[in-house]
Design a protein around this ligand. Structure first.
Ligand SMILES: Nc1nc2c(ncn2[C@@H]2O[C@H](COP(=O)(O)OP(=O)(O)OP(=O)(O)O)[C@@H](O)[C@H]2O)c(=O)[nH]1
Ligand SMILES: [Mg+2]
Length: 299
């Protein structure tokens, strides 16, 4: 007799930079979330949908890294991530195997306890740590809470992911398919495009600028079957940041534009004509109305 179909929601939570977005991309096999070596990359919760034909459909929710908020923006971001915990069937608590637990992990473990959901501890980046050290960290993380299971993975190299998926399917509630077979995210092409440009801003600028920058799309037009026109704005908070973003003789903006275009062309599967503008919106990270207008899920 065939097994009943399963469906449900799984949140990925953890401190910034532990590899949540890398994991969601590798689980569903498509790039839905941007990734960077800098902490606090993800700003909105987003869904990646994995359909296993005749077996299960799992909706993974990538969340922003939970940390001590410094702006209204980061406060909303962290609240959003914590809110998701109450909305899902299961939670993956991602931690960085290369580091011992810190106060941030303890805070998250306490928040998870409150929701009393099935939580799986997932130690990521095991490719980067010798086995003996890994065991020591594993024991310290396990002591943080009551976990339904523990998985050791390398999201970047897709190691340990089939085992993790099998375990999730096994505990998923019985239910109907929630989305069509070919739908793999709740994000529109324009939203992902803005994020792909923001990813290049993270890659091409120093430490302070990326967090003060946001990207929004002004125009997104399929000019022909194989040419997309995109006009996007990179907004920063101050004139000095704008100057850095543009660079000497426009070099920095050119670099960001060229890298973004390449990434957009790969994602959209068309040629891309990209126009980038840099604009100053003073203190945008502390203004609720602005944040909403800029596409942040602010209450
Ligand atoms: N070596 C190694 N690096 C990894 C692995 N997974 C993620 N990374 C790297 O860790 C960094 C952070 O990855 P992200 O996926 O952006 O982390 P995140 O948890 O989504 O970060 P925030 O969005 O800031 O909360 C990137 O440089 C990734 O390439 C892994 O399994 N092994
Ligand atoms: Mg992320």
């Amino acid at each position: 007799m065939s097994q009943p179909f399963k469906s449900g929601f799984v949140a990925l939570v953890g401190r910034p930079n532990v590899g949540k977005s890398t994991l969601i991309n590798h689980l569903i096999g498509e790039k839905v979330a941007i990734v960077s070596a800098k902490a606090q990359t993800t700003r909105n919760c987003l869904q990646g949908i994995l359909t296993l034909p005749d077996r299960a459909q799992m909706v993974f929710v990538d969340t922003p890294g939970i940390h001590k908020p410094q702006h209204l923006l980061t406060r909303f971001i962290v609240d959003q991530a914590l809110f998701v915990l109450g909305e899902v069937d299961h939670t993956l608590f991602l931690v960085d195997a290369t580091e011992p637990p810190g106060p941030g992990d303890q805070f998250i473990a306490r928040a998870l306890e409150k929701h009393q959901k099935h939580t799986y501890l997932v130690l990521n980046k095991i490719d980067k740590i010798p086995k003996a050290k890994r065991e020591e960290h594993l024991a310290a993380y396990q002591a943080l809470g009551n976990f339904a299971g523990t998985y050791l993975i390398s999201a970047k190299h897709s190691d340990g992911l089939p085992q993790l998926l099998d375990a999730l399917v096994a505990v998923m509630p019985e239910g109907e398919q929630l989305y069509p077979d070919d739908e793999y995210t709740d994000q529109t092409q324009a939203l992902i495009s803005a994020e792909l440009i923001r990813e290049q801003v993270f890659r091409c600028t120093g430490d302070e600028i990326p967090h003060a920058a946001t990207v929004y799309i002004e125009q997104f037009k399929e000019r022909t079957e194989d040419l997309t026109y995109i006009a996007a704005v990179i907004a920063v908070e101050r004139d000095t940041q704008k100057r850095i973003m543009i660079g000497k003789q426009g070099q920095k903006l050119k670099e960001i534009g060229a890298a973004s275009r390449q990434s957009l062309e790969y994602f959209l599967g068309t040629k891309v004509f990209l126009e980038l503008f840099v604009k100053v919106i003073p203190d945008w990270r502390n203004q609720p109305a602005r944040l909403r207008q800029l596409g942040y899920q602010v209450k």
